[in-house]
Design a protein around this ligand. Structure first.
Ligand code: NAD
Ligand code: GLY
Length: 361
């Protein structure tokens, strides 16, 4: 085991502790006992993560019930939530007991939401196993599932009691997923920890060769940024919107390609590039800062192209963004030392920008 790092987030549901420790998954039972956290009654992962990490986490936590959901965003659906609820009912899981999610953002969002609605709410523990879930999805209490009409349209703010991060689980994560998660790390660094940009690993042979110690430092710092933002605005009335940096175009790209071309982080990487260009044009971002952000995004490596995408389809999805109000879509744009919220972007400007990005392929 390595050094233990802890963060504490006090939200409307009380204390959420975050423990970051190398190799801690195998000692989960002791860790829970030491923290005075009840052992979970049900451990839920998916068919990919289960054999790698979910089953050993369940054993370590002393939990006989290990459920494996189907893998993939397409299964982040109400029907899987219902399946979990009925399973827990059949097992007589009661209100004083908790459940644990082991997996990426799809698993943590789904299980967290099921926990929020089961018997009007039971506590849950999150064990994120993707970089993206460690630095983003598992922190901050947003849970939910998709509808045919769009992503994350049903959900709840239901923070986990505990988040346990063991970055050694990243050793089994495919390189493409690591790169996609790194986009959220770059986002977090720009929002609240510019020094982190200098620490980002740029291994020539891929992120897979970065050391667990390097991941631990990186994950902890990115998580800290998110935790600070969430602590100031849990329900996203204002400041939390900063976390949407790169997400306006990102979500539109994902939706316009039916969630099949881009991993979330890859679409966010394009979104960061777009936001940097818009901000520089508006004089919000100096040339030097634009280059620093652009370089950090470029260092993430190749991402699926835009050149063949229909600009009308992308713009239509942008116009339907969840972050719209009567004035249109509200963008978050980078500034030299952080971000600025509620920026409005006209359609003409967007068309020009999108054509520019398509030319970058
Ligand atoms: P994911 O959960 O689909 O995981 C990506 C892939 O990696 C999956 O195939 C998964 O089975 C596999 N995997 C997970 N851990 C692994 C490991 N250690 N080794 C090998 N394979 C592993 O995707 P994601 O990027 O983690 O999460 C994306 C989801 O998170 C989206 O649904 C998004 O909406 C959601 N999200 C939620 C929040 C939030 O605040 N709640 C924030 C960001 C994203
Ligand atoms: N991923 C954005 C948020 O948690 O608010």
């Amino acid at each position: 085991m390595g050094a233990v790092e802890k963060l504490e987030l006090i939200g409307e549901r009380g204390l959420c502790e975050v423990v970051v420790e190398l190799g801690c998954l195998n000692g989960l039972g002791t860790l829970l006992d030491d923290l005075g956290v009840e052992r979970p009654r049900s451990v839920v992962s998916n068919v990919t993560v289960g054999p790698l990490h979910g089953r050993r986490a369940a054993v370590a936590a002393g939990c006989a019930e290990a459920v494996e959901l189907p893998d993939g965003e397409a299964h982040k659906r109400w029907s899987e939530v219902e399946r979990l609820l009925r399973r827990w009912l059949a097992d007589a899981l009661h209100r004083g007991q908790s459940v644990m999610a082991v997996g990426g953002g799809v698993v943590t969002d789904t299980v967290g939401f099921a926990a929020a609605v089961y018997l009007r709410g039971v506590p849950w523990l999150a064990v994120p196993t993707t970089l993206l879930a460690m630095v983003d999805a598992a922190i901050g209490g947003k849970t939910g599932v998709n509808l045919d009409e769009g992503k994350n349209l049903v959900g709840s703010f239901w923070a986990p009691r505990l988040v346990v991060v063991d970055v050694t689980t990243l050793a089994t994560l495919p390189e493409r997923e690591l790169r996609a998660g790194m986009a959220e790390v770059v986002k977090a660094a720009w929002i609240g920890d510019h020094e982190l940009l200098e620490l980002l690993p740029r291994p020539l042979d891929g992120y897979g060769s970065a050391s667990p110690e390097a991941w631990q430092e990186l994950v902890l710092r990115a998580m800290r940024v998110k935790a600070e933002v969430v602590a100031s605005d849990e329900r996203e009335a204002g400041a939390r919107r900063a976390l949407n940096l790169g997400h306006s175009l990102g979500h539109a790209l994902e939706a316009a390609t039916s969630y099949e071309r881009f991993l979330h982080g890859e679409a966010v990487a394009w979104g960061l590039e777009a936001a940097a260009r818009l901000a520089a044009r508006r004089g919000l971002l100096s040339v030097d800062a634009r280059d620093r952000l652009g370089d950090a995004v470029a260092a993430l490596g190749p991402r699926p192209p835009l050149a063949d995408l229909d600009a009308d389809a992308v713009l239509e999805h942008l116009a339907r963004d969840k972050k719209r109000d009567d004035l249109g879509v509200s963008w978050v744009l980078p500034t030299d030392d952080g971000v600025v919220l509620d920026q409005r972007v006209e359609e003409g400007e967007l068309r020009e920008l999108f054509a520019e990005l398509q030319g970058l392929d």
